[in-house]
Design a binder for this molecule. Sequence first.
Ligand code: UDP
Length: 235
Amino acid sequence: MRPKRVLVKLSGEALAGQAGYGLDGGTLTALAADISNASREGVEIAIVVGGGNFFRGVQGLTKGLDRTSADSIGMLGTVMNALALEHAIESAGAPARAMSAVPMPSLCESYARKRALDHLTNGKVVVLGGGTGNPYFTTDTGAALRAAELGCSHLLKATQVDGVYSADPKKDPAATRYDTLTHEDAIKRDLKVMDTAAFALARDAGLTIVVFSIAEAGMLAAVLRGEGRATYVTP
Ligand code: UDP
């Protein structure tokens, strides 16, 4: 695979390192080096970043918050991650631009599709915070939405495992890994590739979803060269 333009979904967890919460400097630096290398190899990269390392809306419900307020806090967490990642990618040598789906112009550019496309064609890595900008959604759905509207051929979902398995490999030693699947296979076998709304959107848009592990250094650039281990979920 040598796609022209891709969207990478990074969960907040991917930025948290061993602690499992907040931002870890070493993890950010390693990830940013990988992204910057992939960008220098000529692939246009948009990133949708999650916020689970700070706050997930559902956590707010147990604290007595209403869903909309809780999701607003969650979206703010994703913008914090986008700003951190923008800085880390620029420090690693690739131009980057953070954009937020929730306008906060004194902090970063507001998301607008055409402006994001300009940045991508000019070789900037676009880091998208704020998810879809609406409560009751996840950043997985934001990733599928932005991949579709920005004309990305592939949605790369970075996880802690190296692909899609028949069962959770951490719990079931008999779980088998798939190299390729179709969207229909994933539905028939009830495999959790992304959350349901995100998967439906990706499928409707004809996106190839690539599930790979971000736990190993350099994996993003390797997958984009067609070398890294991953599961390809194709139309
Ligand atoms: N969120 C939201 N709308 C969106 C995307 C995210 O309200 O379009 C909120 C939601 O509360 C979510 C939180 O932001 O729990 C963090 O995003 P997510 O859980 O997707 O992050 P990840 O699990 O990928 O780190």
